[in-house]
Design a protein around this ligand. Structure first.
Ligand SMILES: [Mg+2]
Length: 370
């Protein structure tokens, strides 16, 4: 297989409702869609970096720079037949994992199409449908949180995750737990606490949360190990786990008991599978987080979640939770808290080029001559 041309697009979609975490707030999503032409096939990828460097150091502008100047030119015109061969020309590029994940997705899509298989089959997936949960942002008042939980539980979602932060934690979780005593509930702090906050975090133990996600610093696994011995609630690591080696070290240290795998954060599906495998060898459950992906990245997330270790409902919900109209056909939908794995070859959902064109804010075509 040889990629002859790559089209990069910055695509902006309005969101149904604004979404706030402990570190950011947004009303729209701007990601990079990558379209590659190879051997008569067309493959798609999505670099799902936020606009601001508050989740990690990347933004869609840094992803554009990496894709246009380094990653795209590295793979155009080169022969490859495996994902490892595809990645080799840019192996020396450090980090920039959202950009790498978007490009690698293109290769997986092409390979799956060439083999006539849906992506999840190529990844080694074993599930026909994935367990789907929802992640709710921090709202200005509790009624808005209740309204959303009512809606999504009514739609059949099987787990609710609430974003928390200092001052929006114990009282919030207490109110939600009182109203929904049996709901599978978890909290995500997005690195908003320090070890000195142990008393507050211990208070959360009384609410039977399935886990608390990334309470401490984004790059920490040491203090999380100190915190985990103090808490009954399992800690789930998100931001701290960039590679499968990070996962191994964190589990050796006891920094958490669950890992949230994000394709973007770890630099692509191949590293995501490695993180999954490290956890599975130790009996540690994983689930998939998301970055509010549009249909292309969301399709890749669905494929990943079919692997056997994804035993908790993750953040991969129907795209109608975020977007009035997504950029793939048919829309990715959850039914009774599950998304069926597609049967079509490749990503399994078809990018709608007219809608993508209409939402495009910047375009560049990369070719060997450029
Ligand atoms: Mg998280």
């Amino acid at each position: 297989m040889k990629i002859e041309r790559i089209d990069l697009r910055i695509v902006k979609l309005p969101m149904i409702r604004s979404f706030a975490t402990s570190s950011s707030q947004k009303n729209s999503q701007t990601h990079i869609l990558i379209k590659a032409y190879a051997d008569g096939l067309v493959g798609w990828g999505e670099a799902a970096s936020p606009a601001d460097p508050f989740y990690c150091e990347e933004t869609y502008e840094t992803c554009w720079h990496l894709l246009e100047r380094f990653l795209g030119p590295a793979v155009i015109g080169r022969e490859w037949s495996t994902i490892a061969e595809f990645k080799a020309p840019y192996a020396k590029v450090k980090r920039n994992n959202f950009a790498k994940a978007g490009l690698e997705m293109v290769a997986w899509d092409l390979l799956a199409q060439a083999e006539g298989k849906p992506l999840h089959a190529l990844l080694g997936g074993t599930r026909d449908e994935i367990l789907s949960g929802v992640s709710l942002g921090i709202e200005a008042d509790i009624q808005r949180t209740f309204d959303q939980i009512d809606q999504y539980v009514g739609e059949g979602y099987r787990r609710v995750k609430l974003k928390i932060g200092p001052g929006k934690d114990v009282a919030l979780i207490a109110q939600v737990r009182e109203r929904y005593p049996d709901l599978a509930l978890m909290a995500d702090a997005n690195s908003a606490y320090r070890l000195s906050d142990i008393p507050v975090l211990k208070e959360l133990d009384q609410f039977g949360l399935t886990m608390i996600e990334q309470p401490l610093a984004h790059d920490d696994i040491i203090d999380h190990a100190r915190l985990q011995v103090e808490l009954e609630t399992p800690i789930c690591l998100d931001e701290s786990i960039i590679t499968a080696e990070d996962a191994r070290k964190a589990l050796d240290l006891g920094s958490g008991r669950v890992i949230n795998i994000k394709v973007s954060r770890v630099g692509g599906l191949s590293e995501a599978i490695k993180v999954h495998d490290v956890c599975r060898e130790r009996g540690v459950p994983v689930w998939a987080g998301g970055m509010h992906e549009m249909g292309v990245g969301r399709a890749a997330n669905v494929a990943l979640c079919t692997l056997p270790g994804f035993s908790f409902p993750g953040d991969v919900s129907g795209s109608d939770k975020y977007y009035v109209e997504d950029i793939v056909d048919p829309p990715i939908r959850a039914t009774s808290g599950a998304i069926a794995a597609p049967t079509a070859p490749g990503l399994g959902w078809t990018p709608n080029e007219a809608r993508i064109e209409a939402a495009t804010e910047r375009f560049a075509a990369l070719t060997a001559e450029r």
